[in-house]
Design a protein around this ligand. Structure first.
Ligand SMILES: Nc1ncnc2c1ncn2[C@@H]1O[C@H](COP(=O)(O)OP(=O)(O)OP(=O)(O)O)[C@@H](O)[C@H]1O
Ligand SMILES: [Mg+2]
Length: 300
């Protein structure tokens, strides 16, 4: 492990980040709402603004950050946890120098690590504390223990939903579980696949009202909406980021606004730094599986 810090320093040449890294999770109740696409393109926009960004693919069921960018990892985080590789051996580089920690479908739940593996993960990620500005975590959909593990450890939880009623209901169900079971009160919201800005605003308002009415003290920060845009699926098919292929397209412009809003509303507290994130991850794990059986309740 001692050589790892040296190699990582070389990978992240360009010096230390000036402030604590922000740890963001991008999550959703319903699957297929555009999380991975948002994570990848948001990371690129932040990198274009000069930020150092690390993307952690934490969707262990359907890991595909690398696939979306046409990258082909030989190894993934499981190899690090098993002691077969060092973190620098698995790090992928994406557009604009973003760094990606790839996962793989069907690997061990990160919420279920042995003590040795916890230590390995903490040691591996620890280095990044002073060398990145953002860590963006692509969680899976739903309320599995693994998804909660990352959401509860992140500083900001970016909930993605679309105007489909099932997506809105499931976003609410996710927020409800995070509020009632884990005490989280602040969330960020991105509405994806909106037919118009008006529809995006309506969905955001609807979810805000339901949260206010039934959860009382939950605050939703509306980061904005992204339109339905066929170039997004074309870019995904071509394994390219849409902000790279169509930088002046409506989807790119709107996502840039979302990123601006994210930066403007940045919460300057140490609780977002990576050290804190790692501590919370371990704490969550030691709390065990008491929430594993919680099922989505669509009732308010
Ligand atoms: N704004 C959009 N306009 C049009 N199509 C979109 C948009 N956003 C996403 N899509 C489509 O939705 C599909 C799912 O996107 P993505 O894989 O990013 O979702 P996800 O939430 O990560 O899914 P999963 O829950 O399976 O991980 C993409 O293949 C793409 O075709
Ligand atoms: Mg995904």
């Amino acid at each position: 492990m001692k050589d790892q810090a040296h190699t990582l320093r070389r990978i992240f040449e360009g010096g230390a980040s000036s402030s604590f890294p922000q740890v963001l999770s991008v999550t959703s109740g319903k699957g297929g709402v555009g999380k991975t696409s948002i994570v990848v393109n948001m990371a690129i926009i932040l990198a274009q603004k000069g930020k150092k960004v690390l993307v952690l693919d934490a969707d262990l069921g359907l890991a595909n950050v690398d696939v979306m960018l046409g990258l082909m990892p030989k190894h993934n985080i499981q190899h690090v946890l098993d002691g077969q590789c060092a973190l620098e051996d698995i790090l992928l580089e994406g557009p604009e120098g973003i760094k990606i920690i790839p996962a793989s479908s069907g690997i061990q739940e990160l919420s279920d690590l042995t003590n040795e593996q916890q230590l390995c993960l903490v040691n591996s990620l620890d280095y990044f504390d002073q060398h990145i500005d953002y860590m963006i975590i692509d969680t899976g959909a739903g309320i599995s223990r693994n998804v909660m593990y990352f959401n509860t450890a992140a500083q900001r939880i970016l909930v993605v939903c679309t105007p489909e009623p099932t997506s809105i209901t499931d976003a609410y169900a996710l927020i409800k579980v995070l509020r009632k079971q884990y005490g989280i009160k602040r969330f960020d919201l991105i509405v994806n696949n909106a037919s118009s800005k008006i529809e995006g605003d309506q969905v955001a308002r609807q979810l805000t009202l339901v949260c206010e009415r039934f959860l009382g003290d939950v605050a939703l920060e509306i980061l904005g909406s992204i339109p339905t845009d066929k170039t997004i699926s074309e870019c995904i098919k071509g394994q390219k980021a849409f902000v790279g292929v169509h930088p002046t397209g409506e989807a790119s412009i709107r996502l840039e606004r979302v990123v601006n809003r994210l930066e403007q509303t940045s919460r300057n507290s140490n609780s977002g730094n990576l050290q804190f994130f790692l501590k919370r991850m371990l704490l969550n794990q030691s709390k065990g599986s008491s929430h594993a059986g919680y099922s989505i309740s669509r009732s308010y």
